[in-house]
Design a protein. Sequence first.
Lengths: 216, 216
Amino acid sequence: MPNPTEAADLSGRRAQAARNDSAIVDAARAVFLDDPKAPVSAVAARAGVGISALYRRYGGKEDLLRQVCHDGLRRYIAEAEQALAEDDDWQAFTSFLFRIVDADVHSLTVHLAGSFEPTAEMGADAARSGKLAERLTRRGHQSGRLRSDFTPADIVLVLEGCAALRFPDPERTRRLRRRYLALQLAGLDTAAGAAQDAGLPGPPASEEELGWRWRR
Amino acid sequence: MPNPTEAADLSGRRAQAARNDSAIVDAARAVFLDDPKAPVSAVAARAGVGISALYRRYGGKEDLLRQVCHDGLRRYIAEAEQALAEDDDWQAFTSFLFRIVDADVHSLTVHLAGSFEPTAEMGADAARSGKLAERLTRRGHQSGRLRSDFTPADIVLVLEGCAALRFPDPERTRRLRRRYLALQLAGLDTAAGAAQDAGLPGPPASEEELGWRWRR
DNA sequence: GGAAGAACGGAACATTCTGTTCCGTTGTTG
DNA sequence: CAACAACGGAACAGAATGTTCCGTTCTTCC
């Protein structure tokens, strides 16, 4: 029995099916990232497959949305865990932010929220990602460099601001997002000279406020 | 002949018409800010007006979009000019950013671009707003506080990042946007301690890159 | 070799959505 | 009271879109 995750040694229809599996999720991610309301046909077109190849795999549009979003959430968690493995505290914190920005994984969750009924497993993963962001923030503070009034909720919104920047060329998008992430990091890093005497204005967002998107 | 801009002393139908004028643009701004693809009926409903009241004023949806966008552009210019009137250079620069963020006027232009054929007058105003942003940036540099690798193109993207933050309560939205604008300002302000030795990564966006949204 | 089946492409279908028009009504003016 | 301005919202036509279905192609197994 051939391993379905190894597409290389498959031939003909099987190989095509394996390729399509990833082509479809990749296309769906790209298309819905660009326009959360995009029609299913746009996803199929971008993937270079017929519509039936899509409906064979997903029960419907909502199911597709859910899978793509959950996939993004899992990537987020994976990146966070890799960042957490870093030795230096400040490195762990900053590399986390750069990783998420590079992976372009944050806006997925944000823009697609509310367009499908989340599963229980997604809820668990979302909670998990929250815990990870908390731990990363704590390490930032432990390093002594992260300004004291920065909270885990700020991570969400800093990332959201970066994710809003979008250009036709994905690589250019990545570079420019890094530029503004670096700018915000400069404002966060007391070792870079950020004066804390003038604290950030207004309280950070509450959990309540960050969760409203998920309501349908 | 009654002054059409003064609604107070008009009666009956005339007064209603005057109220509707502003109710419709306000509603259109709010609705399209929330969803650039929103149907015309949503604008009418939000304005508490029938559809005919809307079509009496605008030739069609595209015309409405254009007017709302142009109105936003004009507000942008007005805010920039007021900021320019500030005495202190650094004050002029920062107050400009806060003004635009508070007026929630930047994302209008950004999100609606490309959904209508811009007029020549809009092009002129867009050029004008560009010049103003340049002058404001120059004053920032003249104050000696703005880090040297910050360009007018950065203004656009910093504002865009802030505009991406949106919550059900407009006042809360404003507060939180200010929080992240302040964070970026802390990264920009050499007087606040921002170390310039580590420059911002990647070149800023070019005019070309910033203009692609307007293509249809 | 051929029958059965897996996977596919894309036309076809049924809705829903949405921009625009149109008509009857209401209030205003001369 | 006649002409008119403005309005509300039903009606209409056409586009958009989620989903199904059928004929085709390639693979596998007897």
